[in-house]
Design a protein around this ligand. Structure first.
Ligand SMILES: [Zn+2]
Length: 382
């Protein structure tokens, strides 16, 4: 294939349906061809992400993964197959990608992402995709991208939920939402986890789509998308730099990738998919948690006049505008749920609290209105 800034006849046919899209055209296809992407993790998310990026015509792809293909990977890691069991995932993935797009240049990093190579790798590529299955790698990738000023597309999945983060340089990073790396005891255990392969497909494909959008210059803001495949719902949260962020805030504390800072708990170091406290919980899950033996703290961030109309019995009122000055009333190391009327204001407060180190805070989807509709019809609607 040509490399001289023009598309070959073959490429014009191969990418015809893509070139036809508004915002792509031949110039967009050339940008895709000129792009160098780094894929961290050739697993459940990395498989579809890599395959779609290869098919889209990305020019160079680095693959960083230290693992070998195992039988238990195959239900979700569709880039690998029965015949590549036991091979390094980098090699297995490269073989599959060469079939999809012989024009793709593949660079293998079989040592995976490490504290030693993270910054160098982030600097070497244009866009980084992180589909890692452990917190050490996830935070290392996030910090390396902030330091190297490179865009990061993050993906993670747990059970039927997944999230895709687009973190552009100096526009809000992963740590703006999840400031501190949780230790092993704070995260769901490996045995509790588990995931459907198709859910990985949704999130991995979405990551590829966001990476292409970044390459085409179509993304100007950092954002986090949260998807619940089982419920059929998705939410988008626009992000800004959190002033307190340890990586990109006003007084950043992270100036290099120091290995000691990325040691996580036993569980998070193993090869299972997981995520930390969910950013959002459904109204049904909220009801279940509140009626459990150890109910979470429930905080209502609506205005007092709304509180007068209706309230959830166990909730404590802290209007959104007062949250910053009443932080001492919100416990830090226990599960906390935040709700408002429909879930919008409380999502902002959840993001704010997470930026302050409250890692166990979740937003209640749909707010008290969903509570009135689905859980307790005696709670007035307005
Ligand atoms: Zn940040």
């Amino acid at each position: 294939m040509s490399t001289d800034g023009q598309l070959s006849e073959l490429e014009r046919v191969l990418y015809a349906r893509q070139i036809r899209l508004p915002g792509v055209g031949e110039s967009g296809q050339l940008k895709i061809k000129g792009a160098k992407v780094l894929l961290i993790g050739a697993g459940g998310l990395g498989s579809p992400a890599a395959m779609y990026l290869a098919a889209a015509g990305v020019g160079v792809m680095g693959i960083a993964d230290p693992d070998k293909v195992e039988l238990s990977n195959l239900h979700r890691q569709i880039i690998h197959g029965f015949d590549t069991q036991g091979l390094p995932k980098t090699i297995s993935a490269a073989e599959a990608l060469a079939e999809i797009n012989p024009g793709l240049k593949i660079i293998l990093h079989p040592e995976g992402l490490t504290a030693k190579n993270a910054l160098e790798l982030a600097e070497r590529y244009d866009v980084v995709l992180d589909g890692a299955d452990n917190f050490s790698t996830r935070y290392m990738a996030a910090d390396a991208c902030v330091l190297a000023k490179k865009p990061l597309v993050h993906g993670s999945v747990l059970r039927s939920e997944g999230q895709v983060g687009v973190f552009l340089p100096q526009a809000g990073c992963y740590r703006c939402v999840y400031p501190q790396m949780p230790n092993g005891s704070d995260v769901p255990t490996c045995a509790e986890g588990g995931v459907m392969g198709a859910t990985c497909g949704v999130i991995g494909s979405w990551m590829a789509s966001e990476a292409v959008a970044i390459i085409l210059g179509q993304r100007t803001q950092s954002r986090l998308m949260v998807v619940d495949v089982a419920a059929g719902t998705s939410r988008v949260m626009q992000l800004d730099v959190a002033a307190e962020c340890p990586a990109c805030g006003v007084h950043p504390e992270i100036h290099s990738i120091e290995p000691a800072k990325y040691i996580s708990g036993d569980c998070a170091l193993s090869n299972h998919s997981m995520t930390d406290t969910p950013l959002e919980v459904s109204i049904e899950e909220t009801a279940r948690l509140l009626s459990s033996n150890k109910p979470p703290v429930l905080i209502d961030v609506r205005e007092p006049k709304e509180w007068e109309i209706c309230r959830i019995p166990s909730a404590k009122l802290i209007p959104m505008g007062e949250v910053a000055e009443r932080l001492s009333e919100i416990p830090q190391n226990v599960p906390v749920l935040i709700h408002c009327h429909h879930g919008g204001r409380s999502l902002r407060v959840t993001q704010f609290l997470r930026s302050k180190g409250y890692n166990m805070v979740s937003n209640v989807q749909g707010g008290i209105d969903a509570w009135s509709l689905k859980i307790d019809k005696t709670v007035a609607r307005y």
